[in-house]
Design a protein. Structure first.
Length: 141
């Protein structure tokens, strides 16, 4: 099954091994033509690497954050203008047909950029694939 555009949001602390496995499965299943991520250290950087390894010639859109100390400086195919976190998260959702999210915790957390991005995707009405640290998987459509 092919998906045109896949957005990603995750914790800057990086994904658990089980979350990486879930992302691996999603990328192999959907083979997205393009992906969008926020260019933060941690999960975004790991997602970028997995896309380069698993997806044949993905077009990677990088949406860098305004704080350079948290930026991964991934080499994407298109790099957007630096933006504040919430605005760039809005852009990731806007340009995506589905969202993969790997939150740091299983419970919804106010103040988390990943959970805020999930809420934006819900509002847009796109499919959301949430992979929790313990590997539990939730799909919303």
């Amino acid at each position: 099954m092919m998906l045109t555009s896949l957005g990603f949001s995750g914790t800057q602390d990086g994904m658990s091994t089980k979350q990486k496995g879930g992302v691996w499965n999603i990328l192999q299943t959907f083979q997205p033509k393009e992906v969008h991520h926020g260019d933060c250290v941690g999960s975004d950087e790991e997602f970028h690497y997995l896309c380069r390894v698993l997806v044949p010639q993905p077009f990677i859109h990088v949406h860098p954050p305004s704080n350079p100390s948290k930026r991964a400086f991934c080499k994407g195919d298109f790099i957007y203008e630096v933006m504040p976190y919430m605005e760039r998260n809005d852009d990731i959702v806007f340009y995506s047909h589905a969202l993969v999210a790997t939150p740091k915790r299983s419970e919804v957390r106010i103040g988390s950029g990943t959970w805020a991005t999930i809420r934006r995707a819900r509002k847009k009405g796109i499919p959301i694939y949430i992979i929790y640290p313990d590997g539990r998987f939730e799909q919303e459509s």
